[in-house]
Design a protein around this ligand. Structure first.
Ligand code: PAF
Length: 284
């Protein structure tokens, strides 16, 4: 695996690959790689000849009172994990390499409306930080495709929209959610969950699955009531729900009765973490 932290040298290496006619997949990450990330790398390999992973804890997507400072940075362990996978390039730039003019004056990429709801409502500015850095990574790497986890469902929808709206020639490949044996979606932020809280946090996934089953098997279409009942289940388990929302799977608008593809999204707070999850459903 070739490792780069400068844009210029990475571009030189990637240009050589392109000159050989090889296709390139990008897996953007913030590091602290777990099995879920490794599944993204394996999926990337199925789509392209070469795989590049980026590791950059992007300050622009963290709010003032969020976890930027304590976000786990485990570069040595990440490199060791990637060495055992079929990863060709690792790009881990410094903050000044990505934001040479500082963050305040950085040109931004904004996907409107869709970013004001759900996680965007609780994390103002978050998606603007994500789309800005992802657009930069796309310009730096110029991949043929890029792999994003479905776990960050709203992020995936927002990036798809950005790519469509700005005619960015990158195919977006969604990767299924990797889960622990008890159903908890894998996430770097799971390390913030205390041992005492850990058994109970599966309530988020269970509440979303319950909603899905009520719609699919139970035939219910009273979405607002379902969202409230699911949030109640989370509260009863001792956690603070942020939202449970049943949406159109593509637009993220509130689900309509005749929508064929829906997604049930949820977020909740533990003592030390904010967890997100989702389940999709198709109605015949
Ligand atoms: O999903 C993430 O890890 C980040 O939001 C991403 C896409 C790497 C952008 O910083």
């Amino acid at each position: 695996m070739q490792i780069y932290n400068r844009i210029a040298t990475l571009r030189q290496a990637l240009a050589e690959e392109r000159a050989q006619g090889r296709t390139l997949a990008l897996v953007p990450t913030m590091g602290n790689l777990h099995e879920g990330h490794l599944q993204l790398v394996r999926l990337a390999r199925q789509h392209c000849d070469r795989v590049a992973v980026s590791i950059f804890v992007n300050p622009l997507q963290f709010g003032l009172n969020e976890d930027w400072e304590r976000y786990p940075r485990t570069l040595e362990a990440d490199i060791a994990r990637l060495e055992t996978e079929d990863c060709d390039f690792l790009f881990h730039p410094s903050e000044t390499e990505i934001y040479p003019n500082g963050m305040a004056d950085q040109t931004r990429v904004v996907v409107p409306t869709m970013t004001d709801i759900l996680c965007g409502a609780s994390r103002p500015g978050h998606f603007e930080g994500v789309t800005t850095v992802v657009a930069k990574l796309f310009n730096i790497v110029q991949p043929d495709c890029a792999v994003f986890g479905v776990k960050d469902y709203q992020q995936l929808a927002v990036i798809r929209r950005m790519v469509e709206d700005l005619c960015i020639p990158v195919a977006i490949v969604p990767a299924p959610i990797a889960r622990e044996d008890d159903g908890l979606a894998m996430s770097s932020r799971n390390s913030y969950i205390s041992a005492a809280e850990r058994p109970g946090v599966t309530v988020l996934y269970q509440a979303l699955c319950w909603c899905r089953d009520q719609i699919v098997a139970g035939g219910r279409r009273d979405f607002a009531a379902l969202e409230q009942e699911a949030a109640g289940r989370i509260e009863e388990a001792g956690f603070r729900p942020d939202y449970v929302s049943i949406c159109n799977a593509r637009t993220l608008d509130p689900a309509a009765h005749d929508d064929g593809e829906m997604v049930v999204l949820g977020a909740m707070y533990t003592m030390g973490a904010r967890l997100i999850d989702n389940v999709t459903l198709t109605l015949g």
